[in-house]
Design a protein around this ligand. Structure first.
Ligand SMILES: CC(C)(COP(=O)(O)OP(=O)(O)OC[C@H]1O[C@@H](n2cnc3c(N)ncnc32)[C@H](O)[C@@H]1OP(=O)(O)O)[C@@H](O)C(=O)NCCC(=O)NCCS
Length: 175
């Protein structure tokens, strides 16, 4: 699939909101239970971009194909070199390398910006697709959280996966 990546724009948010709403309603990648509307998704985007984090969109010849962004892993200052990654691919575009392209670009951007660790929180530790995607990109399993979430009438084990960016923890960061 021919895929182009770029920074997200206001006009992407109907498609982003619809994709996320599908995952809220039917998936377990997010533990959110009520889908936010477009205004809320745009507010979240602006907060992420204003915080200095990348928010990327993938487009194919069929149009919008997915999105990925980085955000603060935790807000306490000592965590400021660690980002949490998020990636969603539109149902019609899955299995064609879009998630891998988005995540590769996100890793490159975050590395160039000086971040040192990236963490992905997989909502269902037994879901092979996101686990494999992240493993292929160099993430390692760094913690399983039994029964940490509940959705669709079942308890969910969360899985935290992590990879170093750039020098990781081997050299001091630049301020
Ligand atoms: C997880 C997700 C982002 C993957 O995106 P994608 O574009 O379908 O993935 P890719 O085509 O880039 O494939 C990435 C890897 O996963 C594997 N994969 C993709 N679909 C698969 C499937 N249905 N079954 C098994 N493996 C699969 C691919 O084989 C590939 O591994 P490989 O390089 O060893 O072949 C996408 O399925 C998605 O949006 N899921 C819902 C949201 C979600 O779970 N987000 C992750 C939150 S941490």
């Amino acid at each position: 699939m021919d895929v182009r990546l770029r920074d997200a724009e206001v006009s992407d948010f109907d498609a982003i909101t619809a994709l996320y709403a599908g995952e809220v309603a039917r998936g377990v990648a997010t533990y959110e239970l009520e889908a936010p509307d477009t205004d809320v998704m745009q507010q979240r985007w602006r907060a992420i971009v204003d915080g200095g984090y990348p928010y990327l969109v993938a487009e194919s010849d069929d149009g919008f194909a997915g999105y990925a962004y980085a955000s603060a892993y935790r807000t306490r200052a000592g965590y400021r070199w660690t980002v949490e990654s998020t990636v969603y691919v539109a149902a019609h575009a899955r299995g064609a390398g879009v998630g891998r392209r988005l995540m590769t670009a996100l890793i490159e951007r975050c590395t160039a910006q000086g971040f040192r660790q990236m963490i992905a929180v997989v909502g269902d530790a037994d879901n092979a697709v996101p686990v494999r995607l992240h493993e292929r990109l160099g993430f390692q399993r760094s913690g399983r959280f039994p029964g940490i979430g509940r959705k669709h009438g079942r308890w969910l084990d969360g899985l935290q996966m992590q990879r170093a960016l750039g020098d990781g923890a081997t050299t001091p960061p630049s301020e």
